[in-house]
Design a protein around this ligand. Sequence first.
Ligand code: ADP
Length: 712
Amino acid sequence: MGEAEQVLQEYFGYENFRPGQQEIIDNILSGNNTLGIMPTGGGKSVCFQIPAVCLTGVTIVFSPLISLMKDQVDSLKAVGIESTFINSSLTKSELKKRINQVRTGYYDLIYIAPERLRSRRFIELLDTIEVSLVVVDEAHCISQWGHDFRPAYLLIADFLDRLANKPVLAAFTATATEDVREDISEILAIQNSDIFITSFDRENLTFKLITGEDKRDFIEEYVNTNRDEAGIIYAATRKEVDNLYLFLKNKGLVVGKYHAGLSDAVRKKTQDDFVHDRIDVVVATNAFGMGIDKSNVRYVLHHNMPRDIESYYQEAGRAGRDGERSEVVLLFSPADIRLPKYFIEESDLSANRKKLAYQKLQQMIDYCYTDRCLRAYILDYFGEEDIIEECDNCSNCAEGQELVDITVKAQKILSCIYRMKERYGIGKVAKVLRGSKSKGILRLGLDELSTYGIMTDHTIKEIKNFAKFLVAEGYIHLTEGKYSVAKLTDKAYSVLQGTEKVVQKVRKETEQISTDNELFDILRKLRKKIAEEEEVPPFVIFHDSTLQDMINLMPANEEEMLAVSGVGKVKLEKYAQRFLEEINSYAQEKDIDRAARKVQSKKKKKKKAVEQQKVKSHVKTYNLYQEGQSLAEIAELRELNIRTIRGHIIKAAQEGLAVDLEPFIKDQDRQIIRKAIKKVGTAKLRPIKDELPDRVSYFEIKVMIEIMDKKL
Ligand code: ADP
């Protein structure tokens, strides 16, 4: 085992490197200046923390935010690596103390804000110690084209030039449009061959797009369904944040808010409360971001569409850094396009840059309308090759989404608005359609309209929701102001004349992201208690993924605990006993069969390995089938419907993969299916099925068609 791998296991408690990590670490340890580009949550930190431990001198890390430095130093301390930070938050005496310790070579890593480089005394200090590695974290801050440009980052290059003994340089970022990437490599003198770009795929994230729904209702339901889980809800403006925050708070939910209009103290408190798991949900503008490296954010909702895919992916990427299943949901309504357009128009960008910004906005809009796999769309955008067009883990791929024709319903609503002379709000329209006998309706004589009571089979709320969908899709325009009035748009007239159909995607009900687990709650509580004792964020003690692995493996003693991902030597010593006590008493109380657990856990690992294969879903099924698993076993393992699995097999056969289809047809039915197919042809399946006894399934028919095709 190499030294780097040993550090990964001993200190961090992780079994294997994530994609890209090993190559980057090797390149740094070979003495090459290196640029690592990895998605948020990809695991950049260990790429420089491990070399820092391996190298003899100290590693200096330039980092843009005080909160980031603090969390990293806390996390390193927890795994037994000595580090510190030097920034403006320290008192004079604390600063002196740390500098003295730096001189003694006590630390492996020192985190510094780049602004420090303005102090000559500080640079002189660095001249007196052995610096092996200089790290530029969030390296896009060095580029004027990046959205987080920090002039002080430009001091880093000068500083490196001046150092007598040249240390190795490593830069990291998650945002790297081509111009930003060029800036970084030019300013920091990094050669092309030393740039490592890992895949931007975050397979633990489920991508969802919600259109044509009342956003608030959706968010309320979502947050309620996922109570106790940490989430961020991004909204476009301060005002929207304030409104949404109040709305959720009034519904009794524990939320915080964050935007640039709030005082430093309020913002700091919200961030701290969130990081320490004291509040679960923060409603925020995009000002809430870079400092958030909390690993157990389970969902990120976007109340509005961001200005480009880079921003979206960076914000959304804050979910699930620990690798556990998490969701990112974008709520889209065409009206959202106006604001980013306005921002671009009013900006002082050059004509060329404006054009580029519009292009990027258009690509963001296209994402909201695409039928493609959402993950594939994003990866394609980032220029990735060999993309799988069907991830099975986004709202466009997932099963159960049907398109329903709601033209008739839409016509009823639109014609009612027309008959009401476009003078009332949606509430009244719904009442008329429902046939309400309220005084307000009767007094105005609205019960005389031909559309009165034509939707009695729906509740007022349902009718309103349909109407809101029609607003979102641009069939109805709501006037601004206190009493917004429903007006018909040109599109509405096409529907009324019958030249345009209205379809709505029916999505599955909101489901919980992670299933309830009593033991998880117990362990989470213990983690919080320890975090409070040590005054660090809970994820510094253990990530959610580590707690989940404890639940999977149910370790009974320290040795077994060491096998849990995220438990290294120091954490074992510090925390294993307390966690083992909880796990053991739970296992005893519930009479848990630990051996069966282990089998289960193996299955889970197998499932993960299968889902991580970079091949299409049906090929994953096919591979398992070739390994000798039955279709039912595959369905169980992959947690997919048996019908889906059967479909995969047919698709594999259609694509020419070698599958022996014969065993899927019962001998007794072979002849009759063949005959039926010959008789009615293969244009449609239904007529074939009608020819046959009920016991013959569609699957068998499809299999037979394939077999007959092959024989032709
Ligand atoms: P980034 O800085 O790229 O956003 P981090 O460095 O914060 O990401 O890493 C994200 C998470 O992944 C952290 O919780 C980290 O502990 C975890 N992690 C990093 N490398 C590994 C690995 N090889 N195996 C398992 N977990 C890892």
